[in-house]
Design a protein around this ligand. Structure first.
Ligand SMILES: [Zn+2]
Ligand SMILES: [Zn+2]
Ligand SMILES: [Zn+2]
Length: 139
């Protein structure tokens, strides 16, 4: 297993052409520190309520485009964001009891999913999986 990469700092933000605003750094820090996915409202509260929802949301979309975060729909259908540590294709599994998430770095289903589109004449280019389970502490 690879050790999680260090937090995205000002240098990486600039490397991809994003200004390292204090707010961007703060949002990444909040995501990084959380074991559970956070909604935009959760993040707003953790930032002390000073930033607006639209601004936070825009920054999160930016992070998703960079592969630094991902949005997951919870069992309640609310979209929450998690920090991604893998750079390659991966999935996140969510604990149904406590909401904690873990990154799943191997995708065992990729090959079988590739054949699913064939009868309809489609070439499968990507997929998303919502994985739910019970974490070690909730089993
Ligand atoms: Zn991810
Ligand atoms: Zn759990
Ligand atoms: Zn996959």
């Amino acid at each position: 297993m690879n050790a999680p990469e260090s937090s995205v700092d000002a240098v990486s933000l600039r490397a991809v052409g994003l200004k390292a605003t204090p707010q961007r750094r703060a949002i990444l820090k909040v995501l990084e520190a959380s074991e559970r996915p956070l909604s935009v409202e959760d993040i707003r509260q953790q930032l002390g309520g000073r930033s607006g929802i639209p601004t936070i949301y825009r920054n999160l979309q930016c992070f998703v485009e960079q592969g630094w975060a991902e949005s997951l729909a919870g069992a309640d259908q609310i979209m929450r964001f998690v920090r991604c540590h893998s750079t390659g294709h991966h999935h996140h599994i969510q604990c149904e009891a406590c909401g904690r998430t873990a990154e799943v770095q191997t995708c065992a289903v990729e090959a079988s999913l590739a054949t699913l589109g064939r009868p309809a004449g489609f070439h499968v280019t990507r997929h998303q999986l919502a994985l739910f389970g019970l974490c070690p502490e909730c089993q």
